[in-house]
Design a binder for this molecule. Structure first.
Ligand code: FAD
Length: 302
């Protein structure tokens, strides 16, 4: 039997879930929001992928790396000479985490201010809009007149490739390198790959993007700058990301197209094109996320 009844129960506290919960509460509905994410210290960390391991930390690192890049390559155009510039990666990561923590607690305050019942745990949808809520304190069942599933996304897994977050990383790993990788192979030239690829490129990594589509997001890579533009402004080249498009992403990790040790062997989807190999001390960043379908299969009791 259900313990408590709400007009709305939201499972997932990312931008999709928390915005819906807050708006419903502002419209005077009784709302419960359930989110399972916790910080490294075990405190609730609402805000989903975006706040914790996506948009927000990524922008924090883009900001830090932009300053470093400008000091090194842009300031002298302004007549500003700076000697002995060093990057303190640990401090950069601490600052990023500070920004995330502050916004986590800001959200919790917002939930309180809007009288939302917030549970830091796992929600599981049962029959008749009942939701089983499991937190550190135990399990209870609540009923929602309406239930919103806002489970978000999880990192894409390539068959046979073990994301160890050291040599092969997802977006969480790419937000937390303790030193700049010498070479970084980024699988996926979407927002995630371009943003975090740019961060580590600015900090000195040699970055190659692998993209399944023939086109890609944005215009920030070397190939899309006219050669003479780069010749006139050589520092642009240092910010460039090398791009290999038309990669058969589904095949990466299988057969002859593989992430092997610290190499990427990526087969071109168009048959007449060659296989591309990047070798030697490479860290591979799988910059692709997919919808959290397991959530639906498991939690509808299917
Ligand atoms: C590096 C990076 C940069 C990005 N930059 C941008 C950007 O600049 N602008 C932009 O618009 N988007 C950006 N995104 C995308 C953005 O993060 C997502 O679009 C957004 O987070 C999706 O929100 P969501 O609420 O659907 O899901 P999520 O943010 O993934 O939130 C879902 C939440 O539900 C929780 N959950 C899942 N199952 C359960 C369950 N059973 N019980 C309880 N909780 C559960 C998850 O742990 C998670 O906290 C970026 C993403 C990345 C990785």
């Amino acid at each position: 039997m259900a313990d408590k009844q709400f007009e709305l129960v939201v499972i997932g506290g990312g931008p999709g879930g928390y915005a819906a919960a807050i708006r419903a509460a502002q419209l005077k509905m009784s709302v419960m929001l359930i989110d399972d994410r916790q910080s490294d210290e075990g405190t609730p960390a609402p805000g989903g992928t975006c706040l914790n391991v996506g948009c927000v930390p990524s922008k924090a690192l883009l900001d830090s790396s932009k300053h470093f890049h400008h000091i090194q390559h842009e300031y002298k155009d302004h007549g500003i000479r700076v000697k002995d510039v060093e990057m303190d990666i640990e401090q950069m990561l601490n600052r990023k985490q500070g920004v995330v923590k502050q916004l986590n607690s800001g959200l919790i305050q917002l939930f309180k201010a809007n009288k939302i019942t917030f549970a830091n745990g796992t929600g599981r949808l049962l029959a008749d809009r009942q939701v089983e809520v499991t937190t550190d304190e135990g399990t209870q069942t609540v009923t929602g007149e309406h239930v919103i599933l806002a489970a978000g996304s999880v990192p894409f897994t390539i068959p046979g490739v073990d994301i160890d977050n050291t040599h092969i990383v997802d977006n969480e790993g790419a937000l937390a390198f303790s030193e700049t990788p010498k070479k970084l192979g980024v699988i996926g030239a979407g927002v995630i790959g371009l943003e975090l690829g740019s961060v580590w490129r600015r900090l000195g990594a040699e970055v190659t993007l692998f993209e399944a589509a023939d086109a890609f997001f944005g215009g920030f890579v070397c190939q899309h700058w006219a050669a003479n533009q780069i010749a006139n402004r050589p520092h642009l080249g240092r910010a460039c990301l090398a791009l290999v498009v038309d990669i058969d992403l589904a095949a990466v990790g299988q057969g002859h197209t593989a992430v092997v040790g610290q190499q990427v062997l990526a087969r071109r989807a168009t048959p007449h094109r060659n296989q591309q190999a990047i070798k030697g001390g490479l860290v591979v960043f799988v910059a692709v996320r997919v919808a959290d379908f397991d959530f639906r299969a498991a939690d509808f009791g299917a």
